[in-house]
Design a protein around this ligand. Structure first.
Ligand SMILES: Cc1cc2nc3c(=O)[nH]c(=O)nc-3n(C[C@H](O)[C@H](O)[C@H](O)COP(=O)(O)OP(=O)(O)OC[C@H]3O[C@@H](n4cnc5c(N)ncnc54)[C@H](O)[C@@H]3O)c2cc1C
Length: 420
């Protein structure tokens, strides 16, 4: 602890004022021990580069372990959700459960001997030009320094909760999907689900299965696609077609098949956007919903689709069309947001929303040894691409600095021999 390779004066000042000392970390500092942080650490270790992961929670993959509901399964087939260098176990189903995914991540961490430091919330990270190092401070008080900083805190670091008029006056329960575990807690209740993305649809389905009465608010347009088309995953079909056909044509094919298999979703209150699902994802990052059964429940009337809410009242909600309904609970399926802008200081690599300004596939590298992984809006597949590139890039620098220091050692040895 307390390396004095830079900031000697500062160290003395620290000692005088009883401030904590700093540690100079050998390899990169990675912030976040989710799938992205683990992937970079594993790829670095393949190159023989050590790394240090700081994680605010007390476990790896905290999003999956703590902030998702019990029945969650991977949305995409397992072959699109593997991290680099280690396959899923062969006996895993096509769509592993969240428990299986977590057990895979646990084995991944132990296979690559990754040992994050837990309960370390990064409060600030700033590049110090005077010593050419990133200064990373945690709430727990210690400062760590490194030539490289890898931002792996995720696109889903915090719940996004929009302003809803009157929400504070509601007397029932209000929870964000990140706190939702199971529909059993809502058995028999009338529940307003605000949001109709993958989370909103799946939570509504889960509520239905627990004999609750979900009302799903659909404010804007949404693309719903079947999770599988003709026995093949829709995502896989799209990926394959994109190798040969232009994006807009692939969108047309997907929509044609979706209309044949699901019927006209507009009639259920789920209006499709004018832009196709893949093009929309590329332009806005909005993911199409992959249906795992909610649509059938909407058709049967068990999940009710309701229009935009005008105001939440003490006992329920008033809708734009003037209707008023009573609800016992409200679930906000309103998504997540990045937290990077709250702790990464200086530079203009990220937007104020905490996403890299340069889009995929070029948003993984900034200046002064800054890297970002998992901000591609392409799930684990995007994470894998980023992690491999980041590790390769850092390893090149690592090797040349090792070479340089060996050379320095060699030269000093020669000088020493000449003197003696
Ligand atoms: C419900 C849900 C289902 C999904 N399903 C799929 C799927 O099937 N397939 C797919 O490819 N993708 C899926 N995704 C998208 C994405 O792949 C996952 O969100 C994945 O967990 C992203 O990994 P990550 O490591 O980038 O971020 P996260 O998993 O969010 O990990 C980030 C880590 O950083 C830590 N952290 C945050 N801030 C700080 C800080 N200041 N200091 C220290 N640590 C910090 C967090 O505690 C967390 O452990 C899903 C996302 C959600 C929300």
């Amino acid at each position: 602890m307390g390396s004095v390779s830079c900031g000697d004066q500062e160290l003395e000042d620290n000692q005088r004022t009883d401030q904590p000392l700093f540690v100079e970390v050998e390899g990169p500092i990675i912030v976040g021990a989710g799938p992205s942080g683990l992937a970079v650490s594993a790829c670095l270790s393949e190159h023989g580069v050590p790394s240090l992961i700081l994680e605010k929670s007390d476990c790896i993959a905290s999003l999956w372990q703590k902030w998702t509901y019990d029945r969650l399964k991977l949305h995409l087939p397992k072959r699109f959700c593997e991290l680099p260098l280690l396959r899923f176990p062969k006996n895993f189903p096509k769509y592993p459960t969240k428990q299986q995914f977590v057990s895979y991540l646990e084995s991944y961490a132990s296979h690559f001997k990754i040992e994050p430091i837990f309960n370390q919330t990064v409060q600030s990270a700033e590049f110090d030009e005077s010593c050419g190092l990133w200064r990373v401070r945690t709430w727990e008080g210690l400062e760590r320094r490194s030539r490289w900083l890898v931002v792996a805190t995720g696109e889903n670091a915090e719940p996004a909760t929009p302003e809803v008029d009157g929400l504070e006056s509601f007397r029932g329960r209000v929870v964000h999907t990140s706190r939702y575990k199971s529909g059993l807690e809502f058995e028999g209740e009338r529940v307003l689900v605000v949001g109709c993305g993958n989370s909103g649809m799946e939570v509504s389905l889960d509520l239905c299965r627990s004999n609750a009465i979900p009302h799903m608010v659909v404010r804007s347009t949404v693309h719903v696609l079947p999770r599988e088309m003709l026995g093949l995953s829709t995502f896989g079909v799209a990926m394959a077609l994109l190798k040969w056909l232009p994006l807009r044509l692939v969108d047309k094919i997907l929509l044609l098949i979706a209309n044949i298999t699901l019927g006209n979703t507009d009639r259920l209150g789920l209006r499709r956007p004018k832009t196709g699902p893949l093009e929309l994802k590329n332009v806005t990052g909005k993911t199409p919903v992959l249906d795992v059964g909610a649509l059938a429940q909407i058709k049967s009337g068990k999940i009710k689709v309701v229009k935009e809410v005008k105001k939440i009242t003490k006992n329920g909600a008033k809708f734009l069309d003037g209707q008023e309904e009573k609800f016992d609970s409200i679930i906000l399926a309103t998504g997540y947001k990045s937290n990077v802008s709250s702790w990464l200081k200086g530079g203009d690599f990220f937007t104020k929303e905490g996403m890299p300004k340069t889009p995929f596939p070029n948003g993984w590298k900034g200046d002064d040894g800054l890297y970002t992984v998992g901000f591609t809006r392409r799930g684990i597949l995007g994470t894998g691409c980023d992690a491999i590139k980041i590790a390769g890039d850092i390893a090149d620098q690592w090797r040349s600095s090792v070479k340089e220091s060996n050379q320095d050692l060699h030269n000093s040895h020669i000088i020493h021999l000449q003197k003696s």
